[in-house]
Design a protein around this ligand. Structure first.
Ligand code: DC
Length: 212
C-alpha cells in the first residue's frame, strides 16, 4: 500500500477544496496534480506553442518541481496564472497526449516521497497510485458544478454565463472521460462521494473519518 489518499473526480466537483481540507484535518501533505497539466499548458502559452503541437523535446526543456504544495516551473512559482480559464482548457487538451502523461507520471510518484499525502486528480487511484491506501471519487451534477464555478472569481473567463460555463464543463467531462489513455473514471475500489447539495464541511468530515 502507498501512503496516499487518492481523490479523483471531474472538474468543479469541489475536489480541490475537499482534498486540501482533508489533508489539513489529517495533517497530511497535499498535492494537486491538475496543476502539473495546467503548468505545462501555461508553459506552452508563454512560449507560443499550440497545445496540440507540444513535443517531447519541449517537455524535456521544462523543469517542474513541487516544494511542499507549491509548484515551480523553471524556477518560477506558479499560482494565480494556473487558475485562468485558458490554462484549464489547455490542460484538458494536453492531458490527452500520451507522452505528456508519461512525462508527468514519475513527477507525481516522486511528489509522494513516502510521506502521508492527499493527492487529487483524475487518475490517481487508477494509474498513479493503484495501491493507494484510500480512494475517493468525488463528483457532483454538471449543473451544481457550473453554479459553484460561477461563484469562484478568477476561474471564469470574462463575460461567462451559467450556460457557457455549463457547456465548458460538459465539454471538459467529455474530453476527460473519453480520452484513450488514463480516462477519468472511478477506480473499482474507490468510494463514490456525490457532493450535490451537500456542504463541503460535511464531505470533508466523512472522508476524514474514513481515512482515520
Ligand atoms: O483538476 P484540474 O481542473 O486542475 O485539471 C486540469 C486538467 O488536467 C483536467 O481537465 C484534466 C487534466 N488532469 C488529468 O488528466 N489528470 C490528472 N491527474 C489531473 C488533471
Amino acid at each position: 500500500m502507498s501512503t496516499v489518499v487518492a481523490i479523483d473526480g471531474p472538474a468543479g466537483a469541489g475536489k480541490s477544496t475537499v482534498a486540501r481540507m482533508v489533508a489539513d484535518c489529517l495533517n497530511y501533505a497535499y498535492i494537486n496534480t491538475g496543476s502539473l497539466y495546467r503548468a505545462l499548458a501555461y508553459a506552452a502559452m508563454t512560449s507560443g506553442v499550440a497545445f496540440d503541437k507540444i513535443t517531447p523535446d519541449f517537455l524535456a526543456r521544462q523543469q517542474l518541481e513541487f516544494r511542499g504544495a507549491d509548484l515551480y516551473l523553471n524556477g518560477q512559482k506558479l499560482d494565480a496564472e494556473l487558475r485562468r480559464a485558458e490554462c484549464a482548457k489547455g490542460a484538458s487538451i494536453i492531458s490527452a497526449i500520451p507522452f505528456v502523461r508519461d512525462y508527468l507520471l514519475p513527477v507525481q510518484r516522486n511528489a509522494a516521497n513516502g510521506q502521508w499525502i492527499v493527492m487529487e486528480g483524475r487518475d490517481i487511484g487508477t494509474v498513479i497510485f493503484p495501491d493507494a491506501e484510500k480512494k475517493f471519487f468525488v463528483t457532483a451534477s454538471a449543473e451544481e458544478r457550473a453554479r459553484r464555478r460561477l461563484a469562484q472569481a478568477g476561474e471564469v473567463a470574462d463575460g461567462a454565463t451559467f450556460e457557457s460555463i455549463l457547456a465548458d464543463i460538459k465539454a471538459r467531462d467529455e474530453r476527460d472521460m473519453n480520452r484513450a489513455i488514463a480516462p477519468l473514471k472511478k477506480a473499482d475500489d474507490a468510494l463514490l462521494v456525490d457532493t450535490t447539495g451537500i456542504a463541503i464541511e460535511d464531505v470533508v468530515a466523512v472522508i476524514a473519518a474514513y481515512c482515520r
